[in-house]
Design a binder for this molecule. Structure first.
Ligand code: AHM
Ligand code: MG
Length: 334
C-alpha cells in the first residue's frame, strides 16, 4: 500500500522549499484548506436551505437573513485568511476593491492573496459542481506598510502559489507552489484531505473541447474555422473531438486536467476580452495548468505574461493540453 499523506502533512513537508517564508505560506494555505471545509459543508446543504428551510433571502430561525452562498463563501475565506495574520491584503472577485489589513502583524505579512471564493455559483441551484480559485503573490510594497494596488497587479508568472477547490461528487483541493501540482481529496467522515493525485500531469493531447458554443455568432472567423476543423473526421488525429462544457470553470478545467482537453472562453464581438477575470480566474488556472505540463494563452500571448492594469480586468482564455493549445493558437494567429 502506498503511503497515506494528509494535506496538513504535505504542506509542512513542502515548507522547506520556502525557508524565507518562515511558515507564512504554509499557514496561508492551511487557512484556505480550513475555509474550504466550512464552505464545503454549507454547499452540501444548499438544496436543504432552498427547498426545506426556505429560500435565500428568507429569514432563518435566529432571525438572520439567509445569505447567498457566494457571499457566504467570500466572508468565510476573508475571515479565515485575516485570522492567520499572514497576509497584508486580499482581493476578492466579490469585492470592488482590495482589502488592506490594518493590524501591525498583517502589515508585516510578505504575501497578498487573490481569490474567487465561489466560481460558477449560478450552478448551485441545479446541483452542479462549483469551485474556489486562489492565487498568492509576494508583495512588492515594503514589508511593514499597508498593501497597495501594485501588490495585486502583478503578472501571473510572479505567482508563488495557486490552487482551486472543486466541490464535486467529492471535494478536492488542487494546488501548486511552482514545483508541480498535487491534488487532495476530502474525506468527510474524517474531515481531512488526503493526497490522491500526486504530481498531476495533463495529457499532451486530448480529445475534449470545452466552450460555450451558444456564442458562436459572435466568434471571429479564425475561431469558427478552428471549431469546424475539430469536427471534421480524421482517424489519425482522432477527430472529431468531443464537446464537454459544464459552465463551471473549475470543473471543466479539472476534468480536462485528468482526461486531456482544451478549455476556451474567447473574446467575442460583444465582449472582446471574454468573461473571465485575469487576476482571479485566468492566472491561477494558467499557473496550475503550466505546472501540470499544459499551456494557457489569450490567443496571442501567454496568459501569465500579461501585466494587469485593473483588478477586475478580463482576458480571453485558451487553456489545457499543450498540443491542443498550440493547435487553436495556429488558427487564431493565421
Ligand atoms: P462567475 O465568476 O460569475 O461564476 O463566472 C465564471 C463562470 C465560469 O465558471 C464558467 O466557465 C463561465 O463563467 C461560464 O460562462 P457562460 O455561462 O457565459 O458560458
Ligand atoms: Mg468567477
Amino acid at each position: 500500500m502506498s503511503e497515506i499523506i494528509t494535506l496538513g502533512e504535505f504542506i509542512i513537508k513542502n515548507q522547506t522549499r520556502f525557508p524565507e517564508s518562515k511558515g507564512e505560506l504554509s499557514s496561508l494555505i492551511s487557512s484556505i484548506r480550513l475555509a474550504a471545509k466550512i464552505v464545503n459543508a454549507e454547499i452540501n446543504k444548499a438544496g436543504l436551505l432552498d427547498h426545506i428551510m426556505g429560500k435565500v433571502g428568507d429569514t432563518n430561525v435566529q432571525g438572520e437573513e439567509q445569505q447567498k452562498l457566494d457571499v457566504y463563501a467570500n466572508e468565510k475565506f476573508i475571515k479565515a485568511i485575516k485570522a492567520r495574520q499572514q497576509v497584508c491584503g486580499i482581493a476578492s472577485e466579490e469585492e470592488e476593491s482590495f482589502i488592506a489589513f490594518e493590524s501591525e502583524q498583517c502589515r508585516k505579512g510578505k504575501y497578498v492573496i487573490l481569490i474567487d471564493p465561489l466560481d460558477g455559483s449560478s450552478n448551485i441551484d441545479v446541483n452542479v459542481s462549483v469551485g474556489t480559485i486562489f492565487s498568492i503573490y509576494r508583495r512588492v510594497s515594503p514589508v511593514g506598510s499597508k498593501a497597495t494596488l501594485e501588490d495585486f497587479l502583478q503578472p501571473g508568472h510572479q505567482q508563488v502559489a495557486a490552487g482551486y477547490v472543486v466541490y464535486g461528487s467529492s471535494t478536492m483541493m488542487v494546488y501548486t507552489t511552482g514545483d508541480g501540482v498535487n491534488g487532495f481529496t476530502f474525506d468527510p467522515t474524517i474531515g481531512s484531505y488526503f493526497l490522491s493525485h500526486p504530481k498531476f500531469s495533463i495529457p499532451k493531447q486530448g480529445q475534449i473541447y470545452s466552450i460555450n458554443e451558444g456564442n458562436y455568432p459572435f466568434f471571429n472567423q479564425s475561431l469558427k474555422d478552428y471549431l469546424r476543423h475539430i469536427k471534421l473526421v480524421d482517424k489519425e488525429s482522432r477527430r472529431p473531438y468531443t464537446s464537454r462544457y459544464i459552465g463551471s470553470l473549475v470543473s471543466d478545467v479539472h476534468r480536462n486536467m485528468i482526461k486531456g482537453g482544451l478549455y476556451m472562453y474567447p473574446g467575442t464581438s460583444r465582449k472582446p476580452n471574454g468573461k473571465l477575470r485575469l487576476c482571479y480566474e485566468c492566472n491561477p488556472m494558467a499557473f496550475i495548468i503550466e505546472q501540470a505540463g499544459g499551456k494557457a494563452t489569450d490567443g496571442v500571448q501567454r496568459i501569465m505574461d500579461i501585466k494587469p492594469t485593473e483588478l477586475h480586468q478580463r482576458a480571453p482564455l485558451y487553456l489545457g493540453s499543450s498540443d491542443m493549445v498550440d493547435e487553436v493558437e495556429s488558427f487564431l494567429k493565421a
